[in-house]
Design a protein around this ligand. Structure first.
Ligand SMILES: [Fe+2]
Length: 233
C-alpha cells in the first residue's frame, strides 16, 4: 500500500506538525515493511511490527517540539484526549492524553493493538490477569511509568491494564491505536469486570458515565467518583 500523509486533525505549531508527520511516516513504514500476522489487521502477535511501533514512539517523544501547549491542555473532569492525526487508510490514529493529578482510565483490554509513551510527568500502570472461568480480571502488579517509558500492547484479554496519574502534577502521554480516527472513542477499549470488590465497585460507580469503550458520556457523573476514571487509553 502506498504511503499517504495522515491529515492533521488540529492546528499544531510548525515544529509539532513536522514531528507528528515524522511519526506518521515511521508508522507507515512499519505497516509497509512488516508482513501482517495471521490476525491482521489486529497485528496482535506481530513482533516485528510491535518493535517498529515502539521505535517510532520512542523517537517521537525524544523530540521536544512534538506537542505544543494546545495538545497539553487538561480537563478537571477527567483525562483529556487530543486527536493529533489519523491515517488516510484508517490503519491508525494518534492522540495525546493529558492526565491531571488523580485521573485514571478504567480497567480495560483492547479491541486492537495500541502503543503509548509517556511524554511528561509520571503515570502508574496496573496490570491484570484475565480469569476465563470467572470472566473477570485480577490485579497482578503495578508499575511506575516515568517520562520516556514506551509500551506496545496487543489486542485481547492477554493484556489488560489501567493507567493513572497518582502524582501531584500533570502527566502527558502519546498514544497510537490501530483504528481509524473516527473510531478512536468507540473501537479501542474493551472494558472488563474486575474481581477485587474494591476496584469492582469503583468501576461500577462510573459505568453509567461510560459507553462500552470507556468513552465519557456524562462527565459530571464521572467527576463524582472517588477515582476519576474516564475516556480511553
Ligand atoms: Fe489501554
Amino acid at each position: 500500500m502506498k504511503s499517504t500523509a495522515a491529515a492533521p486533525l488540529f492546528q499544531p505549531c510548525s515544529s509539532a506538525r513536522a514531528a507528528i508527520q515524522r511519526l506518521c511516516d515511521h508508522l507507515n513504514e512499519a505497516f509497509e515493511s512488516t508482513a501482517p500476522a495471521g490476525d491482521s489487521p489486529l497485528r496482535s502477535s506481530d513482533a516485528a511490527f510491535a518493535q517498529r511501533v515502539r521505535s517510532a514512539l520512542a523517537e517521537a517523544i525524544a523530540d521536544p517540539g512534538l506537542l505544543d501547549e494546545s495538545a497539553c491542555k487538561g480537563d478537571a473532569h477527567g483525562y483529556r484526549r487530543h486527536l493529533l492525526a489519523a491515517d488516510a487508510h484508517g490503519r491508525y490514529a494518534i492522540a495525546a492524553l493529558v492526565w491531571m493529578p488523580g485521573q485514571a482510565s478504567p480497567v480495560h483490554a483492547h479491541h486492537t493493538w495500541c502503543g503509548y509513551a509517556v511524554v511528561e510527568g509520571k503515570l502508574t500502570e496496573s496490570l491484570y490477569r484475565w480469569d476465563e472461568a470467572g470472566a473477570c480480571a485480577t490485579a497482578c502488579r503495578t508499575q511506575p511509568r516515568a517520562a520516556g517509558a514506551v509500551s506496545v500492547t496487543r489486542a485481547g484479554h492477554a493484556a489488560i491494564h489501567r493507567l493513572a496519574n497518582e502524582s501531584g502534577r500533570r502527566a502527558v502521554s502519546l498514544h497510537v491505536y490501530g483504528v481509524a480516527g473516527a473510531q478512536i472513542a468507540t473501537h479501542v477499549n474493551d472494558l472488563v469486570r474486575v474481581a477485587e470488590s474494591g476496584v469492582e465497585s469503583s468501576i461500577g460507580a462510573i459505568s453509567s458515565g461510560l459507553n462500552r469503550d470507556g468513552q465519557t458520556v456524562a462527565p459530571d457523573v464521572v467527576a463524582q467518583t472517588p477515582v476519576r476514571e474516564a475516556a480511553l487509553t
